[in-house]
Every structure is written in structure tokens, then in C-alpha cells.
Design a binder for this molecule. Structure first.
Ligand SMILES: [Zn+2]
Length: 363
């Protein structure tokens, strides 16, 4: 987000400063927000890299601040470009860590959950037609990227609808799953400012990535939580991903995301949306309507491709995006599956499972 982006001055006038840190991902830089309030608050932490930590320290210094002065860290969602430095920044500052309560087990047992995420995406790719050698290669790349994440301890578990109160502002917490299961937005109703994470971004549509449900994070095998005997971490030797996560039991990420966008669209008094990537959004209703039109167009285009006969999600992704479907197979399959779920819900497509690979056909 550039210094002179529209909306930037309004944010600064409210004591909110963007610090954009580099990431190793295609999305480019990630926006952190420093809220000059009491306690001094940082929204998201950036990926776990020396370069990002260095730029975070420089960004804070530009406002006369240090990591040690932070009193509160707010987490918008579970993706590693947003939470990777959480462990380091929380330890050095001693700040409270506020995040959706359901995200706490995931962050506490980050590496076990990251490994389970990798296994989950592998199952999805194989069930939806990605050649096994390609899936294996992509899995290795994904596992390497996990080093940009880290675990973290949530000290202020949040629930949908509650309010975080700082000296000069109140932030209402709203759960908006879809891009990830843990997407959470924070609304300063008095100023009309929405801290939105990756739920709504000005220049790119948020990917409805297929993810293990948050409840699965509480059941990562071998990670019994001594602090909660008999609690959610107990048992489940069958593993975190029982059922058929690629097929009948897969999460409907795009449908969830569209429902979340509808809820945000209905929010009254939103004047400024500060997202996790790119510039601020000034007209959230117009942007959400544009996103709805895009998803409609994409569903229609994919339905048109099925006129040639049944196809796997991977085949559809390669027809739609060419080589990007090879290098970004999981992401593009998530997109296709989301739109297939819309077509199925509309009664326009069917899902045929031969026990190995799932294909879609027009009804
Ligand atoms: Zn994200």
C-alpha cells in the first residue's frame, strides 16, 4: 500500500499505520497495521523470515516504536504470511495475542497442523486428478514453505460478536470464514473502519482455499494438551482427517466465503476497509458486488467447459489457467471445486466418483 493511496491518510488520521512486509509468496507484500492506541497494537505479524523481521523493526522505528513496546497482537487468520513472526514478536514484546478462539489449538500445535494441512492438500489433489508425481513435487514445495510459519499462544481467545476495547477505540469481532476457516474482521464502528485481513482485498479476489476445518486442529494426533485434560485435544487415533475430505466431506469454501461476503456487505457504516494485501477499499458494497459477478462468470465459464464431457477439477483448472494450474495446482483446484459446488447447489452439475478420481459433469 503506497503512502498516497486513497484511504491511507484517513487511516493515519485514526492512528493506524500500514507496515508492508515482504513475503516469499506470489501475493507480494503483506500489510501489518500498527494501531497507535493503548495498548500499542499490531494487526498480524508477517512471515517468519529475517528480512521481514528486519523490515518490521524498521517500520516500527519509523513511528518511534519498537517490538518491545507492543502490548497487543491481533491475528486476522491462520495463513503463514500473516502469523509467521507471531512467536518471535509475542516473546520479545510480551504482548497479549488476540485471535479467534477456534484458532488457538491450530497455532499452539503449528507444525503438526501444517503437516496435517499438507496431507489434506495431497489427498485433495490426488482425488481431483493431479498426476501423482506432480502432486508429490508440489507437496515438497509446500512443506518447504512451512518454515515461514511458526506456532503461537493465543492469550485472548475471541468469539464472534465480542468487542476488543482499547483506550481510544472499540473493535467488534466478526468471524468471516471462507478464504480460510479462521478469517476474522475487526470493526471500529464509530470511525467506520474495518480491519479485514484477507477477507476482502482491493486488487485481488481472495482465494476460497480448501482447508481442514478448525475443529480438526484440536484433534491432531499425539498432541494431547496437558493444560486441558479430557479436552478437545484428547484422543482421535484415527487422525485429524477422518471421512473423505476430497469428496463428499470436503469443505465448501467458496459457498462459505460468499455467505461471509454477504454478511460484510450488510454491515452498515463501513467507510474504510484495511486489508491484508494492497491498498484500502473505499466502497465495500461495490467491490463485493464485483466479486459476486466474477464468481458467477467463472461458474458459467466452467459449466461451458463441461459441455465437452465430464472432467476432473485438475483438467478444468488447466483449461482455465494453463500452466498456472500446474505450478499452483492446489489453489486453482480450490477455485474450480468452489465453483463446482455452486453449480451442484444450483442443480446444474453432478459429481461422479469412480472411487479413485472425482469428475464433474453437466446435469
Ligand atoms: Zn490469507
Amino acid at each position: 500500500m503506497g503512502e498516497d493511496e486513497p484511504g491511507q491518510a484517513a487511516a493515519v488520521a485514526q492512528g493506524i499505520h500500514v507496515i508492508a512486509l515482504p513475503t516469499p509468496f506470489l501475493v507480494g507484500r503483506v500489510n501489518l497495521y500498527l494501531i497507535d492506541d493503548e495498548p500499542l497494537t499490531l494487526v498480524d505479524t508477517g512471515p517468519n523470515s529475517g528480512k521481514s523481521l528486519d523490515e518490521l523493526e524498521q517500520g516500527l522505528a519509523a513511528h518511534g516504536r519498537t517490538i518491545e513496546q507492543l502490548g497487543l497482537i491481533i491475528v486476522t487468520h491462520q495463513h503463514i504470511d500473516h502469523v509467521g513472526l507471531l512467536e518471535i514478536v509475542a516473546r520479545r514484546s510480551g504482548a497479549e495475542v488476540a485471535a479467534l478462539g477456534g484458532l488457538a489449538p491450530y497455532l499452539r500445535h503449528f507444525s503438526a497442523n501444517a503437516a496435517a494441512d499438507d496431507a489434506f492438500s495431497m489427498q485433495i489433489m490426488l482425488r481431483h486428478g493431479v498426476p501423482p508425481d506432480l502432486a508429490g513435487a508440489l507437496g515438497a514445495v509446500g512443506a518447504a514453505f512451512r518454515a515461514f510459519g511458526s506456532s503461537g499462544e493465543v492469550t485472548l481467545p475471541l468469539a464472534d460478536g465480542e468487542t476488543i476495547t482499547l483506550r481510544d477505540r472499540s473493535l467488534r469481532v466478526a468471524h468471516r470464514p471462507g478464504h480460510s476457516p479462521s478469517d476474522t474482521v475487526f470493526f471500529d464502528e464509530r470511525r467506520g473502519t474495518l480491519l479485514a485481513g484477507d477477507h476482502l482485498l482491493a486488487r485481488i479476489s481472495s482465494n476460497p482455499l480448501l482447508s481442514r476445518p478448525l475443529e480438526a486442529a484440536a484433534r491432531v494426533p499425539g498432541k494431547a494438551d496437558a493444560g486441558h485434560p479430557g479436552g478437545a485435544d484428547a484422543g482421535d487415533p484415527g487422525g485429524a482427517d477422518a471421512g473423505d475430505p476430497g469428496g463428499a466431506d470436503r469443505p465448501r469454501a467458496l459457498q462459505t466465503y460468499i455467505a461471509s461476503l454477504r454478511a460484510t456487505r450488510e454491515m452498515a457504516g463501513v467507510a474504510l476497509v484495511l486489508g491484508g494485501h494492497g491498498p484500502p477499499v473505499l466502497d465495500h458494497v461495490a467491490l463485493i458486488d464485483e466479486r459476486f459477478r466474477m464468481h458467477d462468470r467463472r461458474a458459467r465459464k466452467l459449466a461451458g467447459m463441461l459441455e465437452a464431457g465430464p472432467a476432473t477439477a485438475y483438467e478444468l483448472a488447466t483449461r482455465m489457467w494453463g500452466n498456472v494450474a500446474v505450478t499452483q495446482a492446489f489453489l486453482t483446484i480450490s477455485e474450480v471445486l468452489g465453483h463446482m459446488d455452486l453449480l451442484i447447489a444450483d442443480g446444474r452439475a453432478d459429481e461422479v466418483d469412480d472411487g479413485e478420481v472425482i469428475r464433474f459433469s453437466l446435469r
